[in-house]
Design a protein around this ligand. Structure first.
Ligand code: MN
Length: 368
């Protein structure tokens, strides 16, 4: 009886949470929904269901290399046996599809750039950047080698491979953890890391609902509880400490070159002698520019929150506080906030060869 009441109570919380956040955010893409199911079944070792999920993912447009990368990453969370079984499963799925005449895109091969650093150094930097702070813990002092392996194998070797972005990698990790028993502490931290890397509360609630409805209802209920506790603490979602901000927000931007709510504080205007203009732009979660280009280029400095930057034909980049971007002249691009966090940037724009040229709107699909 108590269990039943508890269950209903949780369902009500879940639905309220969902209703509140659904309005102001964008849902997971069809490909991302497939990634959730693939990661969950691979982590659970359910090969029959995985076979269906792999077919669905490929049908939704995931490339062979993307799926391979998902299953490889899972070794760090579910172990080599699960990862190897899943990869074998993928091999037979691909063979069967080929025999039916289905042509699946290979997709991008991963590139790893260590730039002369050791894999441990790279892993340490990636881990700090991914999580937003240095990781410490008693267990790492007790068994330092696990810290080294985490940094080398997971954050160095795996997270340096560029054919899945970090936000997508967090979808993989969270889906695997949510479908496994006894890893609620890790799930809790990864909900935070996911938000820090651009997943909104709505998208995480959606992910958990997929686990609940498609994978395992009990696991889904537990994951919803964990997510609810993370959201109520709001460790990453909103940056309330406005004392830390350097510039005033300025004026709300009311032209149609932006989607969502953004603010501009024009710090320097270009004049006849100085052709550089400088502005501080604050994007509320989900807000972004249209596609545009600068005839003489632009430099962006990320001051706060979590932003996106994308050049036409290239993958999106995540921008954390302190990141600097050099936008080349005449290359179409857009920038803005992630769905779950605001983003503040300083834009330094050279107007020597003319003002910004505004192009089409960034679609929800491109944004996601
Ligand atoms: Mn720009």
């Amino acid at each position: 009886m108590l269990k039943k009441i508890l269950f209903c109570f949780i369902m009500i919380i879940n639905q309220t949470l969902f209703a509140q956040t659904q309005k102001d955010s964008i849902s997971l893409s069809p490909k991302e929904k497939c990634i959730v199911v693939i990661s969950a079944y691979a982590a659970q070792g359910n090969m029959n269901k995985l076979q269906i999920a792999l077919n669905d993912g490929l049908n939704a447009g995931l490339s062979i290399n993307e799926v391979k990368e998902i299953l490889v990453q899972l070794y760090a969370y579910a172990g080599f046996p699960r990862s190897l079984n899943a990869l074998n499963n993928l091999m037979s799925v691909l063979e069967e599809r080929k025999s039916k005449g289905i042509v699946d895109a290979s997709g991008k091969e991963p590139v790893i750039s260590l730039e002369g650093r050791s894999i441990l150094q790279t892993g340490t930097e990636n881990q700090t950047k991914l999580i937003g702070k240095k990781i410490e813990g008693e267990v790492y002092e007790f068994a330092p080698v696990i810290d080294q392996f985490l940094k080398e194998h997971l954050f160095g070797a795996i997270f340096s491979r560029d054919n899945l972005d970090w936000r997508t990698r967090e979808i993989v990790t969270i889906s695997a953890l949510a479908s496994m028993e006894g890893v609620e502490n890790q799930l809790r931290s990864h909900f935070g890391v996911g938000m820090y890397n651009g997943l909104s509360q709505t998208q995480l609630a959606e992910l958990v609902t997929i686990i609940e409805t498609k994978i395992n209802i009990q696991r889904g209920i537990v994951a919803h509880q964990v997510l609810q506790s993370v959201i109520s603490q709001k460790p990453y979602v909103k940056i309330e400490n406005t004392d830390a901000l350097i510039f005033e927000k300025g004026q709300k931007i009311d032209n149609d070159n932006f989607v969502g709510t953004a603010w501009l504080n024009q710090l320097i205007r270009s004049d006849s002698r100085n052709k550089i203009q400088v502005g501080s732009v604050t994007f509320e979660p989900g807000a972004r520019t249209k596609w545009h280009l600068h005839p003489s280029g632009q430099i962006l400095i990320a001051l706060d929150g979590l932003g996106y930057y994308q050049e036409k034909g290239s993958p999106k980049r995540l921008l954390h506080k302190g990141d600097v971007v050099q936008c080349p002249a005449n290359v179409p691009h857009w920038h803005g906030a992630s769905p779950g966090q605001h983003f503040i940037q300083i834009a330094i724009t050279n107007t020597q060869n003319g003002p910004t040229v505004w192009l089409e709107t960034v679609t929800d699909e491109e944004y996601n």
